[in-house]
Structure formats: C-alpha cells, structure tokens
Design a protein around this ligand. Structure first.
Ligand SMILES: NC(=O)c1ccc[n+]([C@@H]2O[C@H](COP(=O)([O-])OP(=O)(O)OC[C@H]3O[C@@H](n4cnc5c(N)ncnc54)[C@H](O)[C@@H]3O)[C@@H](O)[C@H]2O)c1
Length: 432
C-alpha cells in the first residue's frame, strides 16, 4: 500500500518506518525542511533504539522515502496518516489542534482520489468529525474516509510496541476503510495483537482514557511512597504485593519522580478540559494532575532536607536528564522542575545524560554538562539518579563517593538501601 505519514516526529518516523518494514511504500513528510534534509542524508533526528538501522534498511530497499513536499506526498498516497503534534494550549489546557487542522486543509487541497485519512495524533473526541467536515469541501469531489487509529507506542520501546502491540485500535463507521485498515495491520495482528474495531469517537477517547489511567497508576504509587517514607515500609514491596493481583498488574506501579514526557502531562489536561466542555467533571484525573505537579515540590523539599538545607555553592549532579531511559525526549522531564529552584537557591548543577547535552538546560547559568559519569560526579556533594538508564544500574558508588561526604539520592530505586548502608554510603531512595 502507498502510505504517507504527515509529521516525521517520534510517532510519524517510527510508525512510517515500521509500516515500510512490513512491505508498504511509505513517504514520511514534514514541514521541517531541515529534519527531512537530515533524514535524506542518513541523520536520524531522534534517539530510539533500533530505529537507525531500520530506517537505513528500508531506504536501501526503496520502500521508505522522505519529502518536505507535503502536498505531493498526499497526492501520491492511498492512506494518509496525520502524525503532527497536539501540544497543550497554554490558554485553556485543551489540546492545541492547529497543526491537525492545517494538515486537514492541506489534504483537502490534494485529495485527488479516494483516500483514507487516519488520525494517529492524539486528538479529542469529535476531532475526526471536524476533519471530515473540512474534507467534504474538497475541490476534486473525491470520496474519502476519516479513521481514528491512536498510537500507543512508548518512546524507548517504540519499535517493539509498534510491531508487537497489545492492541491495534481502529475507529471508523466505514466498512471499506475498516477492511483496508485491517489488511494494512494484518502482519502485526497475525503475531499477537488484538485488532479492536470500534467507532471513530470511541477510538479517539480510548487513547485519552488509557493515558489518564496510566498517569493515575503512577501518581497513586507515588503518593503511597510518601506514606511509606514516614511509616517504615518499603514501596518496592508494596508494588510487588499489589502487582501480583492480576486485576491490578505490576506495570506502572513504580514510584519515582513523577510522570513526564510528551504525552501524559498534556493528555491528562486535555481530557479534563474536554470533559468540562461536555459538563462532566473528571475529578480523579484532575487530582492526578495536581498530585503530579505537587510531586516536584515534594522531591525538592526532600533534596533540601537531605542536604540539611545547605545547597548554596554545593555541587548537585544529575545522572540522566530525560524523563525516562532510552529516549532523548526532554519534554516535561521532572528535572526541569527541580533544577531551576535549586539554582535559585545557589546550587551548582552538573549533569550527565547518555544522549548528550540538552538545549533545555543550556539557558541556565551554573548548569554544566559532563561527558561521563566520572567527570559529572567528581566534585559532587549530592548525586541524584534521575533517569533509569542501564548504565547507571551498575555504578561503583563506593568508588564514586570515596573520601567525600557525598549523598546519593536515587529517584529510581535502583540500588539496595541495605547494601548502601553496608558500604557506608549516605543513600536515600523513594518510599523506602
Ligand atoms: N511521542 C510519543 O511517545 C507519542 C505516543 C503516542 C501518541 N503520540 C501522539 O502523536 C502525535 C505526534 O507526537 P510526536 O511525539 O511524534 O510529535 P513530534 O513533535 O515529535 O513530531 C511532530 C512533527 O510534526 C511536524 N508538523 C507540524 N505541523 C505540520 C504540518 N502542518 N505539516 C507537516 N508536518 C508538520 C513537526 O515539524 C514535527 O516534526 C501527538 O499527538 C502525540 O500526542 C505521541
């Protein structure tokens, strides 16, 4: 099939490449000319394990191309995927759909034959109806179907999640479009995935409710971790004890610095705002948003407490800056809420991040990037393990903290408090 992915970001590039890998002809297109130019020169704009090799292989086999001519790419394709960003509208916390509607208008002008228009971007319920309305006015009088096919991939595991997902959700009222979408996903459904066909509005809402529920799980366990810290219980044991119940499940029950990334923060806000429009109060999700916002304050206070309120001129080292491991994505990373107040209290920040220095941290005075763990921690007074990258899982903390009065604050509970105590390391975790 001839596919076109509009928006070559985390979702468009990964899903486009994976579709090419199962035998489709895919054009990934974007308004960002620089990005397309880089991709055409073999430079992959994001860090995603396995992607580089997969992109190169599919380019070589002629199934994957990149173009900054969005209109031409639409014309050449049978199925057009909308994969542009839907960030938070800062004025009202709703999903900002200006990119989506810009793309819809572009498709309208280039709808030269029957096409399926698929929204992969996370969009509020009824967005598909609005796209359909726009496309009805197309000058070619072409027929089309607008389908919702939300994306559930996780950054860092994106290829695996795309190729062997738990489910593929397709929302449409058109039998013709459903048949084509099912055959597109057939190689994937054949493996393990459950293909769930539903209405377009339902598919749109499933994406938001899934993210809101996962964010709820994370915030729940983080609040329980606060209780563990004052009651002498280990949160890790709570997570295991709860997770063994199959009704609950063990995933997303790990206490940490709070959820971040490009999805949960914006999608929780968007679903609450959307529900308000329908005069529905999603009070649980509203509490989750507040709880997660409060998380950084709690962690900041904890940092100050373990530093005995003396952070002025102290060197605080962050190991990892991204919101989670195996991605270079800094969007809503918890460290972005911790570093500014620490700087304003006079602390000096060092950080090491496996995917390199971050532009989001460049603007701050007193924030330095180091090329490795050793350099970053050499003069540290406090080491914060912020992201659970594999390379932080076997650190020789005894050596790193030797001859110094260094404190280790492990926000990912990687190490054993007992072992740390035995080695004479001043060590704090989350909820233990
Ligand atoms: N990142 C994730 O893990 C993830 C997972 C599931 C769903 N989603 C959803 O997928 C959507 C895309 O997310 P992302 O992380 O890939 O975003 P992104 O910011 O990485 O990429 C979006 C791309 O769209 C391009 N773009 C914007 N306007 C355009 C236009 N008019 N024409 C062509 N290209 C245009 C941008 O230049 C950018 O390259 C969002 O709605 C997001 O919520 C993201």
């Amino acid at each position: 099939m001839k596919l076109c992915m509009i928006g070559t970001g985390y979702v468009g590039l990964v899903s486009g490449t994976c579709f090419a890998d199962i035998g489709n002809d895919v054009i990934c297109t974007d308004v960002d000319k620089n990005k397309i130019q880089n991709l055409n020169s073999g430079i992959i704009p994001i860090y995603e394990p396995g992607l580089d090799e997969m992109v190169k292989r599919n380019i070589k086999q002629g199934r994957l191309t990149f173009s900054d001519d969005v209109s031409k790419s639409i014309k050449k394709s049978d199925i057009v995927f909308i994969c542009v960003g839907t960030p938070t509208n800062k004025n009202n916390n709703a999903a900002d759909l200006k990119n989506v509607f810009k793309v819809a208008n572009n498709i309208k002008s280039n709808l030269n034959k029957y096409k399926i228009i698929v929204t992969k971007s996370t969009v509020p319920v009824t967005t598909g109806d609005k796209i359909e309305k726009i496309l009805k006015k197309n000058k070619f009088n072409s027929k089309f179907d607008v389908v919702s096919n939300p994306e559930f991939l996780r950054e860092g595991e994106a290829i695996r999640d795309f190729v062997v997902p738990d489910r593929v959700v397709v929302g449409t009222e058109s039998k013709k479009a459903l048949k084509i979408m099912r055959s597109l996903y057939l190689p994937i459904i054949k493996k393990t995935a459950r293909f769930f066909a539903t209405s377009r509005r339902c598919a749109e809402l499933i994406k938001y409710t899934s993210n809101a529920f996962l964010a709820t799980k994370i915030s729940f366990i983080n609040e329980v971790a606060n209780l563990c810290e004052v009651s002498g219980v280990n949160i890790e044991d709570i997570s295991i004890g709860m997770g063994l119940d199959q009704r609950i499940g063990e995933r997303f029950l790990r206490a940490g610095p709070g959820y971040g990334g490009s999805c949960f923060p914006k999608d929780t806000k968007a679903i609450v705002t959307l529900a308000k429009k329908f005069k529905i109060n999603l009070s649980i999700v509203s509490s989750v948003i507040k709880s997660n916002e409060n998380r950084s304050k709690i962690l900041l206070n904890r940092i100050l407490k373990i530093s005995k309120n003396k952070v002025k001129n102290k060197i605080i080292t962050f190991l990892g800056a991204t919101f989670k491991a195996n991605t270079d994505d800094m969007r809503e990373s918890p460290c972005l809420k911790l570093i500014p107040p620490l700087i304003s209290k006079g602390a000096k920040i060092n950080y090491y991040e496996p995917t390199g220095p971050k532009k989001e941290l460049k603007k701050f005075k007193n924030v330095n990037f180091s090329n490795n763990v050793l350099d970053a921690t050499k003069k540290a007074d406090l080491i914060i393990i912020h992201t659970e990258w594999n390379e932080f899982k076997q650190l020789n903390l005894k050596k790193l903290t030797k001859n110094k009065n260094v404190i280790v604050y492990d926000m990912r509970n990687i190490y054993s408090p007992e072992k740390m105590k035995k080695n004479g390391i001043k060590y704090y975790g989350i909820g233990r």
